[in-house]
Design a protein around this ligand. Sequence first.
Ligand SMILES: Cc1cc2nc3c(=O)[nH]c(=O)nc-3n(C[C@H](O)[C@H](O)[C@H](O)COP(=O)(O)OP(=O)(O)OC[C@H]3O[C@@H](n4cnc5c(N)ncnc54)[C@H](O)[C@@H]3O)c2cc1C
Ligand SMILES: *[C@@H]1O[C@H](CO)[C@@H](O)[C@H](O)[C@H]1NC(C)=O
Ligand SMILES: *[C@@H]1O[C@H](CO)[C@@H](O)[C@H](O)[C@H]1NC(C)=O
Length: 433
Amino acid sequence: MEKNAKIVIIGAGIFGLSTAYQLASEGHRNIVVLDRHMPPVPDGSSSDISRVVRFDYADEDYLGLAYEAYVKWRDDAKYQGIFERARYILVGKTSPYGQDWITKTTSALTKKNLPWTKLKDAAAARKEFPVLSGELATPGFFGYHNQQAGWADAAKAVTQLRDDCFELGVSLIAGRSGTVIDFETDSQKSIKAALTLDGNRVAGDHFILSTGAWTSGLVPMYNSVLSTGHVIGYVKLTPEEIRKYKNLPIYANFSTGWFNFPPHRDTGMLKMAIHGWGYTRTPRQEDITAIQSNISSPPLIPPRERRNFVPQDGETRLREGLREILPELADRPFDKLALCWYTDTPSGNFIMDYHPDYANLFVGGAGSGHAFKFLPVLGKYMSLALKKNLPEQLAEKWRFRKEYASQTDTFLGDGSRGGPARRELDTEEKAKL
Ligand SMILES: Cc1cc2nc3c(=O)[nH]c(=O)nc-3n(C[C@H](O)[C@H](O)[C@H](O)COP(=O)(O)OP(=O)(O)OC[C@H]3O[C@@H](n4cnc5c(N)ncnc54)[C@H](O)[C@@H]3O)c2cc1C
Ligand SMILES: *[C@@H]1O[C@H](CO)[C@@H](O)[C@H](O)[C@H]1NC(C)=O
Ligand SMILES: *[C@@H]1O[C@H](CO)[C@@H](O)[C@H](O)[C@H]1NC(C)=O
């Protein structure tokens, strides 16, 4: 790739910004990033007060990459004040489902010589983590903990990454002039320009699409991604409670998908979420305006912040999870509730590959609810993929797949999801987003 070639990156989440930063560091001088909103984008998947950073993966490739990223979060001075260490407990019922993920993950850790500690039963877990006052399990506890994990303040990390991009000369267009609704192509199926909501035309030589959950509205994705909404809840703590729960571990129940974060000091929030199957949102007729798509996606016009809403069944599940570990807080009203969007692939693998329909369009994303932790290394792999230099195994893992196009029931996940089946939001619920 020519250093002076114009590179247009669409989407300023972690995929887009880390790529812009990496390419600029490699000497590319003509990079513009487009987004619906200035990053951190309020309803983008990369924005929130926190994201879990762990390297506990059953898959050895992700384990290796996540460990590489973890070491950077922990040791690189630039993540001080953004990353905090915390212990991570993974539990599930002694049913084949929860057990399977845990057994595979601990064997993968052992194989890499990374330590972990089995928790014999709920009593052993409470002894190790006295702050956990709840039952922790209806009969059948299966779990372990890892000393090496933590969480990152996502909004701070994205703000820093954005500013690092600016420092290296990357430009950004946000708002209606940065909201892409179509592409202008030539007869060779090469993209000449991205066309935006206000009639702006952004010409370029290379285009990188990192539009997260909105992607299937812009180009055909051949049933290889599905955008699903996932619930998050925030409970406000008093200053005394922030101190009391300071050493709260990250507790993830793989049977329900429920997990929490230690208190977030800046906001005083105790945050929890559910890594489950989520909700789909097929656009309503009145939403299908700028982008002609009827595939599940978040609304295109950005709100100033995520709407304070989750479906009732999601709220109930958030509360039940809190009761499992901290019953004393389980009846406190949520200060805020929100849906955040995953871009799921059938396998949980990311996509980093050229789009089959265009000569110069590269697709990077499909985080499948677990990409944030890779932020420190993501740009490096995006750049390798863009230049077709990925190790063969990763290239195969992250290739663009057309083979799901005619398959129904593709989205069965990577074995990491708990809780009830995915469902479509109803009309009333959609109106609240
Ligand atoms: C509730 C929740 C919890 C999560 N927890 C974790 C966790 O604990 N640990 C972890 O590692 N990962 C976690 N993830 C996953 C991780 O956050 C995502 O995989 C990652 O942030 C996806 O980044 P992205 O750049 O693909 O998407 P985004 O950040 O959404 O970026 C896409 C961008 O494209 C822009 N865009 C879209 N359409 C257009 C258009 N037409 N024109 C211009 N711009 C456009 C959007 O505005 C957006 O800013 C979580 C995700 C969610 C939702
Ligand atoms: C996890 O969730 C399941 C399903 O609700 C529950 O039965 C179990 O007690 C929870 N805790 C553990 C440690 O499995
Ligand atoms: C959605 O689009 C697909 C083709 O892309 C079409 O087959 C289907 O009927 C559409 N569904 C609705 C509800 O419009």
